[in-house]
Design a protein around this ligand. Structure first.
Ligand SMILES: C[S@@+](CC[C@H](N)C(=O)[O-])C[C@H]1O[C@@H](n2cnc3c(N)ncnc32)[C@H](O)[C@@H]1O
Length: 223
């Protein structure tokens, strides 16, 4: 979605209602001074900016969507977080950093892009000894994933669910109302109308099968 359309729609205003869960996951980690964090699949960076605020660390935020990264760059500058956060257009498949570069890797809603197992295996190399990986993933195949976690060289320190009712009441219900308002306001703007239709379709999919839309945070430590 073009950066201007992202700004008009301002989904992040509603997505940030879930920041409490990002914070909750972060505070399950032991305290690290000025941690080096890699946020993979950061999108427009709602969790990225929250991590910057709570960690005091240095964050490299990566994604393959340049429009989303441009929007994140603007937001971080307006919050004066540009010393802490850098963005990089880079796929999860091309994270070509030296071994053990990061204290923490953060992956909210992105590891699916390469698969849970491959994601855990590939990212392990980049995490410092006894460092951490936090994954926010759909709550599906939990037993299988616990097995993958162990076999991929991690310890499951903690996990917690974000119930679909929370996704609905705290994020999607107010966002749905906002979309309807924008559909009237931008009636003459086809680009915005198309983006709003796509967003509406995503919400429809959620409403058709709410039970499939619980999610889970896994807090992992590298063995
Ligand atoms: C559901 S969004 C999550 C964004 C953000 N982490 C959040 O929780 O709000 C998934 C993100 O993964 C990114 N993505 C998809 N495939 C990717 C890949 N191969 N490498 C890096 N990022 C990818 C998408 O561009 C999108 O921004």
């Amino acid at each position: 979605m073009h950066t201007n359309t992202l700004k008009i729609i301002n989904k992040d205003h509603f997505r940030q209602n879930l920041n409490i869960y990002t914070r909750n996951a972060f505070f399950k980690l032991p305290k690290i001074d000025n941690p080096k964090i890699l946020d993979v699949g950061c999108g427009t960076g709602v969790p990225t900016l929250e991590l910057a605020r709570v960690s005091g660390g240095e964050i490299l935020a990566t994604d393959i969507d340049q429009d989303a990264l441009d929007y994140l760059d603007e937001k971080m500058k307006s919050e004066k977080l540009e010393k802490q956060v850098k963005t990089l257009n880079c796929s999860l498949l091309d994270l070509d950093f030296p071994d053990e570069s990061f204290d923490i890797i953060w992956a909210e809603g992105s590891i699916f892009a390469i698969g849970f197992q491959k994601g855990l295996e590939d990212l392990r190399r980049l995490i410092k000894d006894n460092g951490f990986l936090v994954v926010h993933d759909p709550y599906q195949k939990h037993v299988e994933k616990k097995d993958i976690i162990e076999k991929s060289g991690y310890r499951l320190l903690d996990s917690f669910m974000v119930h679909h009712r929370i996704w609905w009441s705290q994020f999607l219900r107010p966002y749905e109302k906002h979309i309807k308002d924008l559909q009237e306001k931008y009636i003459d703007n086809p680009q915005v109308q198309q983006a709003l239709e796509d967003e509406e379709n995503e919400i429809k999919m959620f409403k058709n099968n709410p039970e499939d839309n619980c999610s889970i945070f896994y807090i992992l430590q590298k063995n």
